[in-house]
Design a binder for this molecule. Structure first.
Ligand code: FES
Length: 347
């Protein structure tokens, strides 16, 4: 049964209950839309003007955010210290946030406060609408375009165009800025580890003795003298190591790696061979080392072989020994590139 909806004048959609059991209504009347409530900006020209100014302001926030991003990009480079890197990231993030947020908030506010808010309903019958409905939809769109009044709101149009034109610079400038950077990937094939270099605790730089490690303990390790290098953060990103002590009876060592560990102490690159996240979750009972990014799991007791996940090769092992004073030292650099297997293809 079809009824005319008294509120909106649309035919109602009646829903029949399956078999009309006693007490169960067989039909529901379409309640239709609630009465349209005009907004302040519909009723008062001053409120409409105020909403327009707010939208302009939000676009202006976006413009300022984008400009701030560009200023921070050039004026506050990341530098060589963690503090300067954090400061640069904070400013870039703030600029990016304001640049994007301003546009999003302006568009939403514009749509909610300035565009036509009349409810429109289209009763659904066949999937393809009738020609009349399609013509009505086109008419609605045309009305919507007219309601946006973009042609008459010059300042608003200017603010929107400025914000939209400037916002892509937050992506383009860093990309273009990197053109000409040093893309020589050969530097990723080696790290600063050398024969006799002490293993020191990250970040204090205190050398470690084999006797400092009990079975099951894990240390995050960097090479001695890292802070004195020209680019300590770059060097650290490649050279960080996880030092783990196992019961020597649990350790399986490949023939060509005999002598790379010391009394159950093994050292593996901390850089995941999948896409380079730091692997840091060690499960003492199973000797499994987990990468938190995509769950690659490595077997510390067996050459850090991959047990699970997308990584394609074991974590590179750093050959270690102890010096005369009992300090742990490297026997050499890693014998293969650390990090993503991508570098292997460049050999
Ligand atoms: S980066 Fe480690 S699993 Fe993806």
């Amino acid at each position: 049964m079809n009824q005319q909806n008294p509120a909106k004048g649309h035919p109602s959609q009646d829903l029949a209950a399956p078999d009309g059991q006693a007490g169960v209504p067989t039909h529901f009347t379409d309640p239709g839309h609630p009465e349209h409530q005009p907004r302040q900006s519909d009723l008062h020209p001053a409120a409409n003007k105020r909403a327009e100014r707010q939208v302009v302001l939000l676009f202006a926030v976006s413009v300022l955010g984008t400009i701030g991003f560009l200023v921070a990009y050039f004026a506050v480079p990341p530098g060589e210290t963690v503090a300067s890197m954090r400061q640069s990231n904070l400013l870039l993030g703030l600029g990016l946030f304001l640049g994007m947020f301003g546009i999003g908030a302006a568009v939403v506010h514009w749509a909610k406060s300035l565009m036509n808010s009349e409810e429109k309903a289209e009763d659904r019958h066949t999937l393809r609408s009738s020609d009349e409905t399609r013509a009505a939809a086109v008419e609605m769109l045309r009305e919507g375009a007219q309601d946006s009044a973009i042609g008459r709101r010059g300042v608003l149009k200017g603010a929107m165009v400025s914000a939209l034109l400037l916002a892509p610079l937050t992506v383009v400038v860093p990309l273009v800025g990197n053109v000409g950077e040093d893309w020589d990937v050969s530097k990723f094939k080696s790290t600063m580890w050398r024969k006799g270099m002490k293993l020191t605790i990250d970040p204090s730089g205190r050398p470690i003795k084999a006797s400092d490690l009990t079975i099951g303990s894990v240390f995050h390790v960097i090479p001695e003298g890292l802070e004195d290098t020209e680019h300590p953060l770059d060097e650290k990103a490649k050279a960080v190591v996880l030092l783990i002590r196992l019961d020597p009876r649990d350790l399986t060592e490949a023939e060509d790696r005999k002598g790379w560990s010391y009394d159950g102490i093994v050292a593996y690159s901390k850089i995941c061979t999948h896409v380079g996240c730091p692997v840091a979750l060690y499960e003492q009972q199973t000797h499994h080392l987990l990468c938190p990014c995509h769950q690659s799991t490595f077997d510390v007791a067996d050459g850090a072989k991959v047990l699970f996940g997308p990584a394609k090769r074991p974590l590179p092992q750093l050959p270690i020994e102890v010096d005369d004073e009992g300090y742990l030292i490297a026997q050499s650099d890693f014998t293969e590139p650390v990090g993503p297997s991508f570098w292997e293809r460049l050999k």
